[in-house]
Design a protein around this ligand. Structure first.
Ligand code: IMP
Length: 196
């Protein structure tokens, strides 16, 4: 059997690394930034998910000259013209947490009839020196209030289409079957499968 190909994922989040490794399968060994000895967060200064994902992948590529990929995710709410979007992590301010982000979101959504929203993940891959982008989406609605205690980020207020439970009321396996990240990662896996 041939050796697995090494791909660096520009992330230091062990849960994400696990999810990515499981989806890409045995043909790839996914190495996180920690395993390269890189222990800071790569900045995400841009106004689009695409630019941020590309900037992170380019950062890793220019430093280590290896095949690599990076992701960026946002919650895009129709009635808020796509906000919090690329600002999802810091919607309520730089040093605020998810609870504050959710409070701000529910405040902005007060009285709004259109509660449609989607999570969108963009993955930027640099392989053999060439750049590729992949997008994953899950559509749904913003709940009137928080529901459930699982998950992270905006999970308690996001109800995916076709369900009457929030992401925070689902077990991780169920969420990961339908999530934006899974959608983007499957597109990445399919592309990599065709590259061999
Ligand atoms: P990241 O690009 O994966 O770090 O995501 C940016 C921000 O989007 C996070 O800090 C969360 O607030 C939010 N987010 C991303 N993915 C999810 C998810 O699956 N559920 C809830 N919130 C998420």
């Amino acid at each position: 059997m041939s050796n697995p190909r090494i791909l660096v994922f520009a992330s230091r989040n062990p849960d994400k690394l696990k999810e990515v490794s499981a989806i890409l399968g045995k043909g790839f060994r996914v190495a996180g930034l920690d395993s390269l000895g890189f222990q800071s967060d790569i900045p995400e200064p841009f106004d689009t998910l695409e630019e941020n994902a590309l900037a992170k992948a380019r950062f890793v590529y220019s430093r280590y000259q290896c095949d690599c990929f990076a992701d960026d995710t946002g919650l895009e709410v129709e009635a808020l013209k796509g906000l919090p979007g690329v600002k999802s992590a810091r919607y309520a301010g730089k040093d605020q947490d998810s609870a504050a982000n959710i409070r701000k979101l529910l405040g902005e959504m007060d009285g709004k009839d259109n509660r449609r929203a989607r999570f969108r993940t963009v993955i930027a891959l640099i392989i053999r020196g060439r750049e590729h982008l992949f997008e994953g989406v899950v559509s749904g609605n913003i709940a009137a209030g928080e529901k459930g205690s699982g998950g992270f980020g905006y999970d308690p207020v996001f109800i995916p289409e076709g369900y009457n439970r929030s992401f925070a009321e689902m077990d991780t396996e169920t969420k990961n079957l339908i999530s934006h990240r899974k959608d983007a990662l499957e597109k990445l896996a399919h592309f990599l499968g065709e590259q061999k």
